[in-house]
Design a protein around this ligand. Structure first.
Ligand code: NAD
Length: 338
């Protein structure tokens, strides 16, 4: 059975990555579109075979509650709008998949969790890397002990944010819509990876931030932020996040027997794993998979089988709490216990 998904926000990521991925889904299909632009919505409805009576605006979105063709609402709006649309979708009795980061603040994340609990609907955060084959292989190899005891991790995520050249970057430099800068948007991949790679929750963070306030991009949000995490078993992680350096999406896990490198680690396609030890390096053959379709199918399966998603609202909340601790550490220059 295929569940019906309503796509809320027909921007760059929705149009270029997520909507095309539905063709590879076993349990999910697009049945409704929510947009502020009727022309764009009509064009995409035709392209994806969506009945034009299932096109909603942001104003009449709440009437989606009367539409049995919609099971799941997938929110692909700027971060600062995730909480409002999650709460509205839950009130309409629809299950919710929301993009990362979950929301601007832990308080908003909690509101989203509470609203979905009250409405008895599922809530999942779209952490696509946790459905991506190379990342799953990395986790499996680490858990099997292939690296020996994990001692440290480095993770780097960055790209040049360009609000004048790319419309999708306009909201990314506005605090109200983005919640913050590179850490909210990209550093979260480093942060989330350290948690799924170790299977542990950090207990302590430190951080340094550097933003050129003369650069109009960084009037409201941060550019570069470096943070370190200490995990209960003693693992240390060093992460960087940037809006002013060429694209990077990588991590390396260092064990006492071997290291594992994923570069790129969290791209859309074409990941690469290298494992090294004292005898040399090898590049394991791993089959690429459609992480977007896997994520959408997981959401649908959780609804169909009444299961809790692997990346529920609580997972999104954990990262947003840690992000706030990293900001505090950067602001105060002090270690923050979490
Ligand atoms: P985008 O700007 O291209 O898309 C946002 C959409 O929201 C646009 O269609 C825009 O018209 C609409 N919108 C409605 N009200 C708006 C308002 N008040 N201000 C601005 N836009 C408004 O951005 P995007 O890159 O597609 O990002 C959308 C979401 O997807 C974000 O939550 C982002 O973090 C997430 N994202 C996730 C990934 C991933 O790999 N998982 C990648 C890119 C983006």
């Amino acid at each position: 059975k295929k569940l019906g998904f309503a796509i809320v926000g027909l921007g760059k990521f929705a149009q270029e990555q997520m909507m095309p991925a539905f063709k590879d889904c076993k349990h999910a299909r697009i049945t409704a579109l929510v947009s502020g632009s009727p022309d764009k919505a009509k064009k995409l409805a035709t392209e994806y075979g969506v009945d034009t009576k299932n096109i909603y605006s942001y104003d009449n979105f709440d009437s989606i509650k009367d539409n049995p063709a919609v099971d799941v609402v997938y929110i692909v709006l700027p971060v600062g709008m995730h909480a409002e649309y999650t709460v509205r979708a839950a009130k309409a009795g629809k299950h919710v998949l929301t993009e990362k980061p979950m929301a601007n603040t832990p308080e908003d994340c909690q509101k989203m969790i509470d609203a979905c609990k009250k409405a008895n609907v599922k809530l999942m955060v779209a952490y696509r890397a946790q459905y991506e084959p190379f990342n799953l292989e990395a986790i499996a190899r680490i858990r099997k002990g292939e690296l020996g005891k994990v001692m440290q991790i480095t993770a780097d995520h960055g790209r040049i944010v360009d609000p004048t050249g790319d419309k999708a970057d306009t909201w990314r430099v506005q605090k109200k819509l983005a919640g913050g800068g590179s850490l909210m948007d990209l550093g979260i991949y480093s942060l989330n990876a350290t948690r799924y790679l170790t299977g542990e929750e950090p207990v302590e963070v430190t951080a340094l931030e550097m933003s050129d306030k003369a650069d109009p991009r960084f009037k409201e949000v941060e550019d570069r932020i470096h943070f370190t995490l200490r995990f209960p078993s003693g693992i240390l992680a060093t992460c960087t996040s940037s809006y002013s350096t060429e694209g990077v999406k990588r991590y390396r896990v260092f064990g006492d027997k071997a290291w594992l490198d994923l570069d790129p680690a969290t791209d859309y396609y074409e990941h690469k794993m290298v494992i090294g030890d004292k005898d040399g390096q090898q590049q394991p053959k791993i089959k690429e998979g459609n992480q977007f379709a896997a994520e959408l199918d997981h959401m649908a399966e959780c609804v169909l089988q009444n299961k809790t998603p692997k990346t529920p609202g609580e997972e999104g909340l954990k990262d947003v709490r840690l992000i706030m601790a990293i900001y505090e550490a950067a602001r105060t220059g002090k270690k923050v216990k979490v």
